[in-house]
Design a binder for this molecule. Sequence first.
Ligand SMILES: NC(=O)C1=CN([C@@H]2O[C@H](COP(=O)(O)OP(=O)(O)OC[C@H]3O[C@@H](n4cnc5c(N)ncnc54)[C@H](OP(=O)(O)O)[C@@H]3O)[C@@H](O)[C@H]2O)C=CC1
Ligand SMILES: CC(=O)C(=O)O
Ligand SMILES: [Mg+2]
Length: 652
Amino acid sequence: MFSLNGSSFLNNSLSGVSKSLTQSTQRKISAPSVVVASVSSNGRPADRNVSVLMENTLKEMRENAAPSSSSSSPVTEKESKSTVGGGVEDVYGEDTATEDQYITPWTVTVASGYPLLRDPHYNKGLAFGEKERDAHFLRGLLPPVVVSQALQVKKMMANMRQYQVPLQRYMAMMDLQERNERLFYKLLIENVEELLPVVYTPTVGEACQKYGSIFRQPQGLFISLKEKGRILEVLRNWPEKKIQVIVVTDGERILGLGDLGCQGMGIPVGKLSLYSALGGIRPSACLPVTIDVGTNNEQLLNDEFYIGLRRRRATGQEYAELLDEFMTAVKQNYGEKVLIQFEDFANHNAFDLLAKYGTTHLVFNDDIQGTASVVLAGLITALNLVGGTLSDHRFLFLGAGEAGTGIAELIALEISKQTNIPVEEARKKIWLVDSKGLIVKSRVESLQHFKRPWAHEHEPVTTLLDAVKTIKPTILIGSSGAGRTFTKEVIEAMTALNEKPVILALSNPTSQSECTAEEAYTWSEGRAIFASGSPFSPVEYNGEFYASGQANNAYIFPGLGLGLIISGAIRVHDDMLLAASEALAEQVSQENLDKGLIYPPFSNIRKISAQIAARVAAKAYELGLATRLPQPENLVKHAESCMYSPNYRNYR
Ligand SMILES: NC(=O)C1=CN([C@@H]2O[C@H](COP(=O)(O)OP(=O)(O)OC[C@H]3O[C@@H](n4cnc5c(N)ncnc54)[C@H](OP(=O)(O)O)[C@@H]3O)[C@@H](O)[C@H]2O)C=CC1
Ligand SMILES: CC(=O)C(=O)O
Ligand SMILES: [Mg+2]
């Protein structure tokens, strides 16, 4: 997001602060302003001419210091500015309570000329109009032509399609994000099905593996053990002050690729791009964080280009203390209502972190809860194709970690609600296999705590194939991170047992998928209802085309996050996950079902996210967890109106 040398760092990194200071006024101002520390200007022509613009900006800031009733933003002025000073933002460090804290002496100037072209939030490239070029000292800095954003999108897509190697596309997209943020989002929103596999799974997996080698500009906030005791200070280095969503990882379980240490940063960056593109959260309100506690990945430790701490992972107290400092600092810096999404932590930390902070912070774990919600939605839809209710089915999982047990628990909860049986009873319909075989009672003492509820009475079974034969599942779910584990024999066994076997290969990226779409359709003779975590192209089998859906939490977390934000929710509740599942399932049309699709196309995702957000927000109000009162009358419309728009704004 910024270069680390000289004044461009200063200007770029601080540019976001101006947005936070002027956010309430943006509709009126529209002029790109930046805030800089009190450092003298370098005397460029643009700087000599800023005084009038600067005065205007300051005037407008003063005028708009009071709450604006015309703002359609879901964040009210009062809420967004509360600090120790009794609800008034302490911009100048005037509060007694903050006396011992350092402050930065900000002054305001206006971005124009060369720095404006280098500011990704405001840069429009060739789309700067004639008047803007005059008003902002851009004459001569751009070639004469003025083009539309639509033409820029067309050109970028044509360029993108020239790249044969997926990683090159990823790098081109990241470069665009750093150069012209609105164009990046415009491209992503308008070409979501084509670009999702570029900025997200599977390509983001390869990008994380090679992050050190392809590293150009830092994205997101890196918090390592070196920063212990100073995390609040580090958070304050981030240019944006009004953060609504944080996606944080410690890089220990990146997709199904294992421990990638600090290079896991690609995941929070990618997930937050989806928060904005798919869920409409403002990019400036999103903060990607990677907590670097070392890595146990020998290959990375020996890689001269590795970007993280060159030490083995901290564990126990050292780990817990760093995480606790982070969680405390986040609340201190951004308040109660910042949403923290835990992402790609290893399961030995993930469940504990969720349990520990679930009662004190607005948190959820995407791998445990987001995945559960998306899979439940797919299963509710699949019932239209295979018949029966959820409780009529038998579920078998390969993989009993975060995703596996998270999904299993939400299915059990839904069955329990639908049938009025205790959740313990509902769990008996669900079986899980881990690396040691079927989870059964006789193994209970040696099982991690999150597996224990699934240890049912049964004799030991060591292979998946034997588990399929003995449990006779109607639904098989892969959440193992182990590629090609749904063998021909396994899928044939499922097909022998079921007219239409439901087979979900959730593991990411594509290399770790339990089977390919082609394998699922071929080995099941075209009878499988199949979906996968990473996308597969349609498959031809016996002269027919089979399209499969993408069972990925990307359907859920953007809408869930939006719903939490617009309602001002203070906690995430399981019923919100169920509400999100129902909302997603309702978006699957008969036309989708006729093609065997159990998820709607991603091309409609913003509409889908608005529906999910509305349902989640409604649940927050119903549960008394919402703080943004009164409840808007039409939550879908409200969600849509709150969504980020990547269209260029006019500058005066
Ligand atoms: N599609 C989506 O939206 C999502 C997909 N995922 C994917 O799911 C996968 C797993 O993630 P997560 O649950 O967090 O990981 P975990 O590490 O928490 O769990 C993995 C589980 O798989 C088991 N396992 C691993 N290899 C084998 C094998 N060869 N045979 C049988 N069991 C095996 C492990 O067994 P043991 O416990 O014995 O070690 C463990 O129970 C990843 O690839 C991830 O990308 C995750 C979240 C969302
Ligand atoms: C999709 C996702 O969150 C994962 O594979 O970890
Ligand atoms: Mg994940």
